[in-house]
Design a protein around this ligand. Sequence first.
Ligand code: SF4
Length: 366
Amino acid sequence: MNGTAKKLVATHRATEEELFSLLTDPSEELRRYLQEEALALKRKVYGDDVYIRGLVEFTNYCKNDCYYCGIRCSNRQAQRYRLTEREILDCCREGYDLGLRTFVLQGGEDPGFSPEGIACLVSAIKEQCPGCAVTLSVGEYSREVYALWRQAGVDRYLLRHETAAPDHYRILHPQRQSLDRRLQCLQDLKDLGYQTGCGFMVGSPGQKTEHLVKDLMFLQRFEPHMVGIGPFIPQRDTPFAAYPAGTAEQTLYLLSIVRLLLPQVLLPATTALGTLHPRGRELGMLSGANVCMPNLSPKSARKKYNLYDNKLSDGAEAVESLKALQQRLESVGCRMSLCRGDHVHTNTSYNHCIKNSYQKGNGYHV
Ligand code: SF4
């Protein structure tokens, strides 16, 4: 095996040149080596557990216009919806009753929800679902707003950076959106004590190997707690409708490299990966991923949260769905865990559930 790959496995670091060489025409042997090492490392840090997050896509209104996104503000074809606070609480209640202890509230940057309204909503979820973790994924806001939400009890924040390369960022976004601002938001979130997640698309229009190298260098510098990586998939009503999708193979390879660079990272096998390949999420788990986010949104809303074409929308709305997910995970040697699943370096009394508390009868951890 080549020395660069061995060094990555041994030290969890890589230079720009080394990453460039790993990403340039990797052999089948190299891919397999890094995949096996990433899987072994994940097992060493997190065991066989896969953390399940209940995803609530609560609004598809967005004031931004990212060229790759099906719910961008310029898309007149999108059927817009906003869940009410009652509906969002009901989604979380259903998930909580099934045993889920993390809820991810995701939406566009929707001026229809005020920062104070979101803070109240989070407080209500925390009161209704004691001991749960709440993740927000609602885009770019000021440091003051992030501080308000942190005070309200938000534990984690997902904000994909999408690309760390300024020239690539310009291809994907209109002039009024700014990479510097996005990176500043990520820094603010980390400073405020959030478990912070970033991430990027694989195979997005204009993406070159050097852009992916920049993304991986950024991850090494920033050391996020979570990284969301999914293949680009075109959406028919966007300017990128005719562009080819990224590949599952390259996404899986990058998942392995990210696991090796950030051994403790919480790494989802994304919906986009599951959309692109029927066993995408299982293969993701075998490549170093350890998080899965089934959908708790009302079925009527799921099709409308149409970020890209043919988006998978399988959910966790019933015990049967969770059982099916459990079987899929067990087919690749994983164990479904419903506990909060905090990052291992997070100082929380809930972290004990990673090791303890096995709920008899249904076979999964809570
Ligand atoms: S990617 Fe996010 S910020 Fe951009 S248009 Fe879509 S929902 Fe809005």
